[in-house]
Design a binder for this molecule. Structure first.
Ligand code: KIV
Ligand code: ZN
Length: 569
């Protein structure tokens, strides 16, 4: 026996949505305090709901479903607290949901007393399964239920102190996607007619995929059918309310916009029944990443997350689009390399559109830093370690050094089998390139200039013995090499020198990167000192020490014979 089957598809051969492009943002309605809240293990308290409400207002939501006031005392009290404490800004409309039952509708109006702008949201279920299994009614009975309640709502609204002026109306046919398309149209038209919708008092028709059972293109077809063929469409604000059972809530919402939806109901980070409602953070930032202003402010997405996680006790998944901990992070070497180049390109072309590989959006646009974009484990490549050194600690390693340092970092990560935190990368770097003081350790450095010559005078310790060394050259490095020649150090060729400042103000130091060639191999050393000349000399000596240790087989304790014959003065 076959247990499952797809819903019948709508025949809409001249569909237009596939060739449309998104041009503007919809009206957003946040349903976190109702659909999101009703799905929580522990529903929010009144104060938590108020915190979330404040957040939603700050983010720019102008329509916020605050609850289901007839469902519980907390829901009722939240509405009262918002109204009585005057917490609803003038440009914000609060929305409340009710089922189609007289008593519940009365209670909902009580909860709304004194609200300046409100949307009264009624839902009835119209799917064949509900008609048969839950309501035990036919199509006519189903339409009748919706229509009768609207008449009551109209009347109660008229009895408000504002004569109903501050109240708009929304109708949702629950399980819309499961209902026969032709029947759904009849229900909607009956509701619109009963409400008496007009250009001045439009009705919101909200079409939910209560349980997502269709493909996004099928949902879009259903929306386009309503958009194009609904009688009274001109007096309707067409809203959608996707859920996410098939994991395609975002796709549904985006295709629905192409198909004519003007308004979207969803929640932050997709909280909601089962697999959730559509995630408005993603939807809004998807629009922004196409250059379309969303009207919502997610420039500090971590702060949004913080309030959301505190109030809902839910967790934002590490890979949640735009907001997850890992979504602006690359571990893989080739990605890291491309990102580093892209960021460099972007720095040099700030006027250009965003062109950084593997990053669909500038992390700074959602309040994230560049620093943790590249994190280092054994998958990482040469560019990654250099990127961390640059962005975290201000060391601009010359490109020629990247492969060797990358290998070093990779080996360490492989050995540990974990991610390497930035501090460990810095430690590795300094230990390997800067702190090598054996076999030769520079104890004293003096540099003087005279005419076109530079003179080096210093003391060097080797094998436990110190001695003075002297040299002359056309620059400090040249003078030092000449001093070291007296130590029988030869076979080194100078290849390159890079230098930059580390730190700022009186604490600033020079960092010099020296590249030498020894026995056909490139060898690097780094010197850090307040004086540029001294930094470069330290860098040269580090490179020499590393080369001798590595290629000459001299251990740190072993002094070369020639040198021990030369006692210190
Ligand atoms: O998912 C749904 O159908 C709903 C309605 C009440 C709009 O939440
Ligand atoms: Zn819902």
């Amino acid at each position: 026996m076959q247990r499952y089957e797809p819903l019948p598809a709508l025949n809409l051969p001249d569909r237009q949505w596939p060739s449309r492009r998104l041009k503007k943002a919809p009206t957003w309605c946040a349903v976190d305090l109702r659909d999101g809240n009703q799905a929580l293990v522990e529903p929010m308290s009144v104060e938590e709901k108020l915190s979330m409400f404040r957040l939603l207002v700050q983010l720019g939501f102008r329509e916020i479903e605050i609850g289901f006031p007839s469902a519980s005392q907390t829901e009722f009290d939240t509405a009262r607290a918002l109204i009585e404490r005057d917490l609803i800004p003038e440009n914000v409309t609060v929305q409340v949901l009710t089922q189609a039952r007289g008593q519940l509708i009365h209670r909902t109006f009580e909860a709304l007393e004194g609200a300046r702008n409100a949307i009264f949201h009624l839902y009835t279920n119209i799917s064949p399964m509900f008609r048969q299994v839950v309501y035990q009614t036919d199509e006519a009975g189903c339409i009748d239920l919706a229509v009768r309640q609207i008449a009551m709502i109209r009347e109660l609204a008229a009895h408000r102190s504002d004569g109903g002026k501050g109240v708009r109306f929304e109708y949702s046919p629950e399980c819309f996607t499961e209902a026969e398309p032709e029947f759904a149209m009849r229900v909607l038209e009956a509701v619109i007619e009963e409400y008496g919708a007009s250009a001045e008092d439009k009705i919101i028709i909200n079409l939910p995929s209560t349980v997502q059972k269709t493909l996004p293109n099928e949902y879009a077809d259903r929306i386009e059918q309503v958009h194009r063929f609904l009688r009274g469409r001109e007096n309707v604000i067409l809203s959608v309310h996707p859920h996410n059972d098939r994991g395609t809530g975002i796709a549904e919402a985006e295709l629905a916009m192409l198909a004519g939806a003007e308004r979207i109901e969803g929640t932050l980070f997709g909280n909601g029944e089962r697999t959730g409602n559509v995630d408005i953070v993603t939807l809004a930032l998807n629009l922004e990443s196409h250059g379309i202003a969303s009207g919502l402010d997610f420039s500090q997405v971590d702060r949004v997350r913080e309030t959301y996680e505190r109030c809902t006790r839910m967790h934002v998944y590490e890979r949640a689009p735009y907001a997850g901990d890992l979504v602006f992070t690359a571990f893989s070497g080739s990605h890291q390399d491309a990102i580093r180049k892209g960021l460099e390109y972007q720095r040099n072309h700030p006027e250009d559109v965003w062109r950084v590989p593997y990053l669909p959006m500038d992390p700074q646009d959602v309040g994230r830093n560049y620093e943790p974009i590249i994190r280092i484990n054994s998958q990482s490549g040469k560019g990654g370690a250099a990127f961390v050194m640059q962005t975290r600690f201000g060391y601009n390693l010359p490109r020629a050094m990247h492969p060797e340092f990358g290998q070093l970092v990779k080996r360490e990560a492989d050995l540990l089998g974990t991610e390497l935190p930035p501090e460990r990368i810095l430690h590795l770097f300094l230990r390997e390139y800067q702190g090598v003081e054996s076999p030769y350790c520079l104890e004293d450095v003096r540099i003087a200039e005279g005419g076109t010559a530079v003179y080096f005078d210093g003391a060097i310790r080797v094998g436990g013995t110190s001695r003075a060394i002297h040299g002359e050259g056309n620059g400090p490095i040249d003078a030092f090499f000449s001093a070291m020649r007296g130590e029988h150090i030869d076979g080194f060729t100078f290849v390159s020198y890079h230098e930059h400042a580390i730190g700022a103000g009186s604490d600033a130091k020079a960092c010099a990167y020296i590249q030498l060639k020894y026995q056909g191999q490139d060898v690097f050393g780094v010197g850090i000192h307040a004086s540029v000349s001294v930094a470069s000399i330290h860098g040269v000596l580090c490179a020499i020490n590393r080369a001798l240790n590595k290629y000459d087989g001299r251990s740190r304790q072993e002094a070369p014979q020639a040198i021990s014959e030369n006692p210190a003065t």
